[in-house]
Design a protein around this ligand. Structure first.
Ligand code: HEM
Ligand SMILES: *[C@@H]1O[C@H](CO)[C@@H](O)[C@H](O)[C@H]1NC(C)=O
Ligand SMILES: *[C@@H]1O[C@H](CO)[C@@H](O)[C@H](O)[C@H]1NC(C)=O
Ligand SMILES: *[C@@H]1O[C@H](CO)[C@@H](O)[C@H](O)[C@H]1NC(C)=O
Length: 550
């Protein structure tokens, strides 16, 4: 009897304690969604439990979000998860000093000891240290690399036996392209030539991809971040992750250590910084490379060699994956779009570059600035198929959601659903889910269009309501590189390499596909992937051959 009472008291105390811990969470749920928000919690828990896998979570969120009032708050233990998919909410979170950190879920990443995952003061300092390495001048100096590797990539594509009208598997094209992008990353970040565009016998590129996929699992299933549990519950996956991780750590560590020795030698001989060294143009270029710049920080005692390895690792990983993915999704949009898009792109490129068209022609910043339609095309593909579909943030202090009475408590998890926001009719009009680069040009009218007569005359007339919809567009409704304090440091780099590669590809080949964008099944594997990727085939037809047919 006594035991029963004691248990009852204990239980009540525990319940009270939990309730006390959760009070701010319930208050937020109440403030955001009222009674409905409180009542629907069990439904949300259930939905969350049955959908916790990278392969299904994005699709499910897309289907189910419309049934709930957003921003949506879900109680998880003693924390609350806040789901945001509107531009005003994004603006508030991305600029709030309370939301700068990443969540414990992202600890599941491999190669997480870089800027991307740094927290608090460490992030602030690191971002300040690294910003100069991505300045406009430095990134512009990479055009030589983008062009040289881009030309090799075109050659690789041309050598494919399957070309000439036969359909190439999307994944095969992706493999070729991503090896070229990895080569660029290794060159610009670590200043090291590789032959990845030609061969990748050590499977470095695939290991990077695989590691990111496994990271995705550990993000949605955070318990796998505990080594012991991971080993126990998913031994195969664990072994695979260890193998990939080891391979890549060695790969980067070797390069960084060699480079560092050379750097020290060079500086010892050359009387330190500046002076006599700058006469040689190759060393001038070397100086602009990412790790060369941070070696200087190491020499000043601001960074250790280990930290440099970590930064380089993380930079290569993020730049390689996001860029190759973005280019592939752009190509997919191009190939599936039966309309004017490809013809207009080719026409615009034809106006800027000398004829006859040559894919090896140097693509510089000056040329890119004249390619307005290409810009709109790249933006539209990044809008429709956001490479980084979702971002997570950790709340480090209680703060108020702008424009609402709601207080978001400390330790909450914020989910920013860029993917669905960028495809939402509310912000992008009725044709939000269609691929239509013109929408970015319409948006600029009337001040900017006079410069480009061609685009203007070809522009189909839009309905009035559509035009008005575009005018009202919120500046945070398009966030492929995020915005605010923790936005992408490689934004310029990403845009430039995408455009250089695309210009070369479009000049060399014609792309076509019977696949339709509506058929895509989306997967959140940190970057956007497609579940039915094996159903996608692309015809890649060399342009020269076509000309002779005419
Ligand atoms: C088209 C290509 C790219 C896309 C779509 C992209 C997208 C993004 C996004 C959405 C974020 C914010 C992540 C978050 O808030 O959780 C981010 C951050 C970041 N990106 Fe990119 N990125 C691209 C290319 C690059 C490149 C080429 C580099 C490096 C050379 C790079 C380096 C970084 C770094 C270091 C961060 C973390 C910044 C910080 O936390 O302060 N990205 N990127
Ligand atoms: C790349 O290939 C060239 C010739 O094909 C070779 O000379 C060079 O050593 C290779 N470089 C690397 C890093 O494997
Ligand atoms: C494309 O997006 C970038 C970045 O948001 C912007 O600066 C540029 O003006 C956009 N281009 C067009 C044609 O809207
Ligand atoms: C996404 O990652 C999971 C987990 O590793 C993997 O099984 C799946 O094949 C990946 N999906 C795609 C489409 O890449």
């Amino acid at each position: 009897m006594h035991l029963y009472v004691a248990m009852w008291i204990c239980g009540t105390l525990l319940a009270l304690l939990l309730g006390w811990q959760q009070r701010k969470c319930w208050r937020l749920i109440w403030q955001l969604n009222g009674w409905r928000g409180v009542a629907q919690q069990p439904i949300l828990w259930f939905l969350l439990c049955i959908n916790l896998h990278p392969n299904s979570i994005l699709d499910r969120v897309t289907q189910l979000r419309v049934y709930f009032k957003r921003p949506l708050a879900i109680l998880i233990g003693t924390r609350v998860l806040v789901y945001i998919d509107d531009p005003a909410g994004m603006e508030c979170i991305l600029n709030a000093p309370e939301c700068l950190d990443k969540t414990f879920m992202q600890e599941g990443f491999f190669a997480r000891r870089g800027l991307l995952h740094a927290r608090g003061q460490k992030w602030k300092l690191r971002r300040k240290q690294l910003n100069p390495a991505f300045s406009h001048n430095i990134v512009t100096s990479f055009f030589d690399v983008f062009n040289a590797v881009g030309n090799q990539m075109i050659e690789q594509f041309s050598q494919q036996p399957d070309l000439n009208g036969n359909a190439v598997k999307f994944t095969d094209a992706e493999d070729m392209l991503s090896r070229a992008v990895l080569e660029v990353s290794c060159l610009t970040i670590m200043g090291t030539p590789t032959n990845f565009t030609q061969t990748d016998d050590a499977h470095i590129a695939t290991s990077y991809k695989r590691l990111l996929e496994i990271s995705a699992i550990r993000v949605v299933k955070p318990w796998l971040q505990i080594d012991m549990l991971h080993r126990l519950l998913a031994p195969q996956l664990y072994a695979e992750a260890e193998k990939c991780n080891e391979l890549l750590v060695d790969f980067v560590a070797n390069i960084v250590q060699t480079k560092h020795r050379n750097w020290q030698l060079r500086n010892a001989n050359g009387n330190g910084e500046g002076n006599g060294m700058e006469t040689s143009s190759s060393s001038h270029w070397q100086r602009r490379i990412f790790i060369e710049q941070i070696f200087q920080l190491a020499a000043n005692g601001e960074l250790t060699l280990q930290e440099i390895e970590d930064e380089a690792q993380s930079m290569v990983l993020v730049s390689f994956e996001t860029v190759s993915n973005s280019i592939m999704t752009a190509l997919l949009c191009l190939a599936t779009n039966k309309g004017e898009c490809q013809r207009r792109l080719r026409k615009e490129i034809g106006r800027v570059f000398p004829q006859p068209a040559n894919p090896e022609a140097y693509v510089g910043l000056e040329q890119l600035q004249q390619l307005r339609y290409l810009d709109a095309f790249v933006n539209e593909s990044l809008r429709l198929l956001a490479t980084v579909p979702m971002n997570l943030r950790h709340v480090s202090r209680d703060f108020q959601l702008a424009g609402r009475k709601a207080i978001v408590p400390r330790n909450s998890i914020i989910v920013l659903d860029t993917f669905n926001m960028q495809r939402d009719e509310d912000w992008w009009g009725e044709n939000a889910k269609e691929f239509d680069p013109q929408r970015f040009l319409d948006h600029e009218q009337p001040d900017d269009s006079t410069a480009d007569n061609d685009v203007r005359t070809e522009m189909p007339l839009k309905t009035k309501s559509n035009q008005q919809q575009q005018k009202r567009r919120h500046s945070y409704s398009f966030l492929p590189f995020s915005k605010g304090l923790r936005s992408c440091i490689g934004r310029r780099y990403g845009f430039f390499i995408m455009k250089v590669f695309l210009v070369k590809l479009i000049t060399a080949f014609e792309f076509d596909s019977d696949f339709q964008l509506e058929q895509l099944q989306f997967v959140e594997n940190i970057s956007l992937k497609f579940n039915n990727v094996n159903d996608i085939f692309i015809q890649i037809q060399p342009i020269q051959n076509k000309k002779t047919n005419l």
